[in-house]
Structures are given as structure tokens and as C-alpha cells.
Design a protein around this ligand. Sequence first.
Ligand SMILES: C[S@@+](CC[C@H](N)C(=O)[O-])C[C@H]1O[C@@H](n2cnc3c(N)ncnc32)[C@H](O)[C@@H]1O
Length: 228
Amino acid sequence: MTKTMTGNVTASTIGAVLHSAARYDLLVWLLTLGRERVFREKVVRLARLQSGETVLDVGCGTGSLAIAAKRHVGATGTVYGIDASPEMLARAEKKARKASVEIVFKNAMAQALPFPDAQFDAVLTTVMLHHLPRRARQLCVTEIRRVLKPGGRVLAVDFGLAARERKGILAHFHRHGHVKLPDMIKLLSEAGLNTVESGAVGIRDLQFVLAVLDNHSLPPMDLRDENI
Ligand SMILES: C[S@@+](CC[C@H](N)C(=O)[O-])C[C@H]1O[C@@H](n2cnc3c(N)ncnc32)[C@H](O)[C@@H]1O
């Protein structure tokens, strides 16, 4: 069952909000060469999600990562996804229902997260930061820090190359933005989050940063399915 707590976010939304949800999933399929599941599992593993944890996916889009996260944290864990686009959320809810996983999706802005302080063990945000203008990006990261529990962690993933630096036919047709790795690390650091790992995700030019609030040690990485 999927719980819905969808409100309305329209006029005040800032950022490149997407509305063509089915087309978005097709694009992801093309960009990952049909290996989206591998990508999502890799992200979940990099984030060190543990059974029973409370997780937030910021800019969750059509919910694929939130679904992978819920499978990882299990019945005792809770996953929330927020997005500014009602269309993306509608598709996310449909996909979660089909996958028989319970996820709380909310229509909200990344720069004003509708959660109390210190609620989450982990916050994920994949290919979302480049959708936000600079100031909104800073607000979003400040909000992520606010909702993290002490010792909580954030995994941010984004494209690392500008359009002119990318090669291939897909790069020609899909001219998305990017956030360079040092800029992502700086952004998180300015919000008080300490980078503990960073590098290439291993899919296209996607880069990740794993940062923690305070100097807590990381939970172990789940090495099951390492080769998927
Ligand atoms: C490229 S998609 C990524 C979706 C998902 N994270 C994924 O990995 O497939 C970026 C998402 O950010 C959302 N978005 C853009 N600006 C936003 C904002 N200010 N607040 C919340 N979501 C926003 C868009 O609607 C879109 O669903």
C-alpha cells in the first residue's frame, strides 16, 4: 500500500520541475542503457542504508530510488520521497503500489522540507541539485542538514560534466545541467556536512558525495549483490 500525503505546490516552486513522468522514465532507461536497477542499487549501497532506518529522497521524481531504498530498509524502516511535481509523484505512487512497498510521498519543495528537525538517518538526492538555482541549492542542503539526525548521512549524486564536455549521441539530445564534484563537496561543507567519500558512481559521468553530520563513523557497506 502507498500512503499519499500530496498537497499542492505550484506558484512558489523554484527549480526545473519535471512534468512528463513517463517520458522521464524512458529517458532514465536510455541513459542507463536499461540498467536502472543497477544504478539504484549502487546508490542505495553507497548510502550504507541499514535495516530499520528512516530515509528521505529529495526530488524523488518517479520513485525508483525510494522503492529500492524501501526494499533495503525493510518492514521496520520508513522511506519518504518529496518532489515539486505532482505528475512525477503520481507515477511514483503507482510504481510503489505495483512493487507492493509502502512509501510516503509528499508534494513539497527541496528548499523547504516538510519535516521536523533530526528525523532522518539518511537523505538521498540524485540528479536533482542541478535542477536548482544556486540560492535554492544552498537552502536545500541547509534543509537536508536540519532534518538529519546527529550522525546522519547524505548521499548526493549528480552529473559532473557540462554539456559541452560530454560525448555521445545521448549527450547531444539530452542537454541536462551538472554540478562539479568539488562544488558539491563545498556546498555540503558550507552547510556543516563532512564529506567522507566521493567519486564516480560508475554510470555515465555521474558523481557522488557521501557526507555525514558530525564526525560519526559510517555503517558498513552492504556487499551483497556487489556485481549487479
Ligand atoms: C532529474 S529529476 C531526478 C528524479 C530522481 N531523483 C531520479 O533520480 O530519477 C529531478 C527532479 O527534481 C524535481 N525538482 C525540481 N525542482 C525541485 C524543487 N525545487 N523541489 C523539489 N523537487 C524539485 C523535478 O520535478 C524532478 O522530479
